[in-house]
Design a protein around this ligand. Structure first.
Ligand SMILES: Nc1ncnc2c1ncn2[C@@H]1O[C@H](COP(=O)(O)OP(=O)(O)OP(=O)(O)O)[C@@H](O)[C@H]1O
Length: 678
C-alpha cells in the first residue's frame, strides 16, 4: 500500500510547543464527513477508512490499488464538532495570536464536503434561530474560548474583527452597511497585502462577535446546486485582531495596529460543473472559484519545491493568494482543515483534495511575532537620541554665533536657557546612549522636539514673509521704473531750460541745425522732431554718448572748469544715461547708484537755484528689517510721485522765469523755440 506521508506529530501538540524553529510546516487535519442522507439514499459506497489517528486509507471501488495518506490528525465522520475543535489545536493558535503571531485556519475541499459546517456549523434551520451549541463550529468555539481567556489575562486587550468575501474575484466587505462594493487589495512593505477601506469593528463581548459573524454569514453569497443546498459561492475571511495594550504610544501614526491576528478562511469548494449541474451565474461563479483554487494550488506547489522556494511565487495571480500569501509563505502560523466526502462518487475530487493537503503540509512558514512597541522602543530611542544629540550640537553652535537681541527681534521665542540647560551634568540629556534613564529620554524628547517644532514653524512663517516681500518688491520696482522714466524726462527738460537761461554762462553754441544736420550718434532721445532737440542739453553740441571721450568737456562748457560753489562734478554718466549694450565692457556706464541721484539733485539745484525735492533713489539692496512688506513697497512709490510733482512745478516755474527774462545774447534762440512744447 502506498502511503503519502506527513511530518509526524499531533497538530495540537506541535502547536502547543509553539513555532520555535525558523521553518514551521503548515499543520493539516483531515476531516471525513459522514455520508449524507442523499448519498445513503443513492446507496453510494464509502471508500475512505481511518486506519489510525493520523492515517487514512483509500480503497477504490472495483479493487484498485489502495492508497494511504498521513496527516497531523485524521477525524472520521463520527467525530463531534468539539472533537474537531480540540484536535485542531485552535486554542493554541489563539494564544499565539495574543503573543503577536499572525495565525490562519482555513478549510479546503470539494463542494459539499463539510468546510462551512466545520468552521461555523450547519446553516440555521430558520432565519434568526441560532444553531444548537453542540453543532457550533471551530469559529464560535474559538470566539468563546478567546473572550473567556482574555478576561482572565489581567491585562487589557483590544479585540476587533473584519469579515470579507472574495466573490467572482472581487473583495467585498461583509460588515459594512449598504450594498457590498468591491474593495482594492493593496500591498506595502510593512503590512504586505491588505484590503483598503475594509471595516474593522471593535467588540468587547461574545454576543457582539456572534452578531458580526451572523451578519457576515447572512450576507455571504450562497446558492443551491446538485451537491449542496447551501453552497458557498465565495471565499470568506473573518479576521480577529488581538492587540495587547501597552503604555507606550504608537511609534508612527501610519503604522498598522500591532498585535496578533487570527484569521478563519472558509474557501469555496472546488466543483466539477458537470457534476453540480451549474449553469449561467452558477457556472461563472464555479469558474472563478476553480481558477482561484488553482492559483492557490500552484503557489503551494512552488512553495514546497526547495529549489524554487527562494524564487518568485505568483501570489499576485488571484485575490485569494494575495490575502493568503503571509499564511502560506510568510511569517504566519497556519492550520489547514481538509474536508472530504467518503462517497465513492466523490473519489476523484477526494483524491485531488488529499494530494493537495498532502503537498500543503510540506510547505513551511517562518513564524515571526511583530515586535511590540515596547520591544521597538529601546532601539528607536537610541536612534532618536543620536539624532537629537547631533541636532543639539548644531543648535548650540548656532546659538553661540547668534545675537540674542537679533533673535528676539526676529520673533524667535524659544528658550535659550532651556536649550543650554542640559550642560548641567545632573540633567545632562546626552550621556552615553545606553545609560539613558526614562526621565532623560523624556526630557530630550519634550524639549528638543519642542524646539525643533518651533524652528519649523518659524521657518514656515519666514518663508511666507519672504515670498510676500518679493512680490511687494517686484511691484514697487515696476512702479519705480515707470515713475523714474517720467522723472528722467522732466529732469532733462529742466536742465535744458535752466542751462539755456542761466545768466553768465556764456553763449550756447549755435544749433547745428543752422549749420548742418545733427550727427546720428546722439545718445538722447529726441524731445520733438526738431533737430535742435537732438543736442546735448548742457553743451549744445551733439555728443555721441555720455560715455564718449569728450564727455569731460561737456560740463566745463556749461560751468567752466569748476562747478559753482567749488563743487567738483565727476566725469561719469548722469543717471539718465542710456544703458550700455555690452555690460561689463570698459566703456559701459556702471549701474545707476544712489549717489547718481544725489548728483542729479545737486545739479538741478545749482541750475535752478531752488531746492529740489530728492529724486527717488533705487531701493536699497536689503530691505529694512522692521518694515512690513506693504509699507516698504508703498513708500517708494509715493516718494517718486512727490518727486515727479515737484519736478513738474520746477519746470513750470523755470519756464515762466525763462519767458520773463530777455535773451542774454544775440543769436541765442529763445527758450520757447528751443524747448519743445510740453
Ligand atoms: N460532519 C458533518 N456532520 C453532519 N453533517 C455535515 C457534516 N459536514 C457537512 N455536513 C452537511 O453537509 C452539507 C454540506 O456541508 P457544507 O455546506 O459545510 O459543505 P461545503 O464544503 O462548505 O460546501 P460548499 O463548498 O459548496 O460551500 C451540509 O448540509 C452540512 O450540514
Amino acid at each position: 500500500m502506498e502511503e503519502r506521508g506527513s511530518p509526524d506529530g499531533d497538530p495540537a501538540r506541535s502547536l502547543e510547543q509553539g513555532p520555535e524553529g525558523p521553518d514551521t510546516p503548515i499543520q493539516v487535519v483531515l476531516r471525513v464527513r459522514p455520508m449524507s442522507a442523499a448519498e445513503l439514499r443513492r446507496g453510494e459506497q464509502s471508500v475512505l477508512h481511518c486506519t489510525g489517528a493520523k492515517t487514512l486509507q483509500v480503497s477504490p471501488p472495483g479493487g484498485g490499488p489502495e492508497v494511504a495518506f498521513r496527516f497531523g490528525a485524521v477525524l472520521d465522520g463520527a467525530r463531534t464538532q468539539e472533537d474537531v475543535f480540540r484536535a485542531c489545536g485552535v486554542r493554541r493558535l489563539g494564544e499565539l495570536a495574543l503573543r503577536g503571531f499572525s495565525c490562519t485556519v482555513f478549510t479546503f475541499g470539494q463542494t459539499g464536503s463539510g468546510k462551512t459546517y466545520t468552521l461555523t456549523g450547519p446553516p440555521p434551520q430558520e432565519e434568526g434561530v441560532p444553531i444548537p451549541p453542540s453543532l457550533a463550529g471551530i469559529m464560535q468555539r474559538t470566539f468563546a474560548w478567546l473572550l473567556d481567556h482574555v478576561q482572565h489575562l489581567g491585562a487589557p486587550v483590544t479585540l476587533r474583527a473584519s469579515y470579507l468575501e472574495i466573490y467572482n474575484e472581487q473583495v467585498r466587505d461583509l460588515l459594512s452597511p449598504g450594498s457590498p462594493r468591491p474593495l482594492p487589495v493593496r500591498w506595502n512593505k510593512t503590512r504586505g497585502f491588505y484590503v483598503e477601506q475594509l471595516r474593522v469593528v471593535e467588540f468587547g463581548s461574545l454576543g457582539t462577535l456572534m452578531e458580526l459573524l451572523q451578519m457576515g454569514l447572512s450576507r455571504r453569497r450562497s446558492s443551491a446546486h446538485t451537491l449542496n443546498q447551501a453552497s458557498s459561492r465565495s471565499h470568506a475571511l473573518l479576521t480577529l485582531y488581538v492587540g495587547r495594550q501597552t503604555q507606550v504610544p504608537p511609534v508612527d501614526p501610519g503604522e498598522p495596529p500591532t498585535g496578533g491576528k487570527l484569521c478563519f478562511v472558509d474557501l469555496a469548494g472546488s466543483e466539477k460543473v458537470a457534476a453540480t449541474g451549474s449553469r449561467g451565474e452558477l457556472m461563472l461563479e464555479a469558474n472563478s472559484i476553480n481558477r482561484s483554487l488553482l492559483a492557490l494550488g500552484h503557489c503551494i506547489s512552488l512553495l514546497l519545491d526547495p529549489r524554487r522556494k527562494q524564487s518568485h511565487i505568483p501570489f499576485r495571480d488571484s485575490k485569494l493568494t494575495k490575502l493568503l500569501a503571509d499564511s502560506l509563505g510568510g511569517h504566519g502560523v497556519t492550520l489547514m482543515v481538509a474536508c472530504v466526502s467518503p462517497s465513492a462518487q466523490c473519489l476523484p475530487e477526494t483524491l485531488s483534495t488529499l494530494r493537495y493537503a498532502s503537498r500543503a503540509q510540506r510547505v513551511t512558514t517562518q513564524p515571526q511575532a511583530p515586535k511590540s512597541p515596547m520591544a521597538k522602543q529601546p532601539q528607536r530611542l537610541e536612534t532618536e537620541i543620536a539624532q537629537l544629540r547631533e541636532e543639539n550640537h548644531l543648535l548650540r553652535s548656532q546659538l553661540g554665533r547668534m545675537d540674542p537681541k537679533g533673535m528676539s527681534s526676529l520673533g524667535v521665542r524659544w528658550d535659550v536657557e532651556r536649550a543650554c540647560a542640559p550642560r548641567d551634568p545632573a540633567v545632562a540629556p546626552f550621556p552615553a546612549v545606553s545609560g539613558l534613564s526614562g526621565t532623560r529620554v523624556a526630557w530630550a524628547q519634550r524639549n528638543l522636539y519642542g524646539m525643533l517644532q518651533e524652528f519649523m514653524l518659524e521657518n514656515e512663517r519666514l518663508r511666507k514673509e519672504k515670498s510676500q516681500l518679493q512680490s511687494s518688491r517686484d511691484l514697487a520696482r515696476d512702479e519705480q521704473h515707470i515713475l523714474a522714466q517720467q522723472v528722467h524726462e522732466l529732469e532733462r527738460r529742466l536742465l535744458s531750460a535752466c542751462c539755456l537761461h542761466r545768466p553768465g554762462l556764456g553763449p550756447a553754441p549755435l544749433c547745428p541745425c543752422a549749420t548742418g544736420p545733427a550727427p546720428s550718434c546722439h545718445a538722447l532721445p529726441p524731445l520733438c522732431a526738431c533737430p535742435c532737440c537732438r543736442l546735448c542739453p548742457l553743451c549744445r553740441v551733439p555728443p555721441a554718448h555720455w560715455a564718449c571721450p569728450r564727455r569731460e568737456l561737456h560740463l566745463p562748457q556749461v560751468f567752466g572748469a569748476k562747478a559753482p560753489d567749488g563743487m567738483t562734478l565727476p566725469a561719469r554718466p548722469p543717471p539718465w544715461a542710456p544703458p550700455c549694450s555690452s555690460p561689463g565692457s570698459a566703456k559701459c556706464p556702471r549701474e545707476r547708484s544712489h549717489s547718481d541721484w544725489t548728483q542729479t539733485r545737486v545739479l538741478a539745484e545749482i541750475l535752478t537755484e531752488e531746492e529740489v525735492v530728492p529724486s527717488a533713489p533705487p531701493l536699497p539692496m536689503g530691505p529694512p528689517r522692521n518694515m512690513s512688506p506693504v509699507l516698504r513697497g508703498g513708500a517708494a512709490v509715493p516718494n517718486l510721485a512727490r518727486r515727479l510733482e515737484a519736478l513738474r512745478d520746477q519746470i513750470s516755474s523755470s519756464l515762466r522765469r525763462g519767458r520773463s527774462q530777455p535773451p542774454s545774447h544775440e543769436g541765442t534762440r529763445s527758450p520757447s523755440r528751443v524747448l519743445p512744447p510740453c
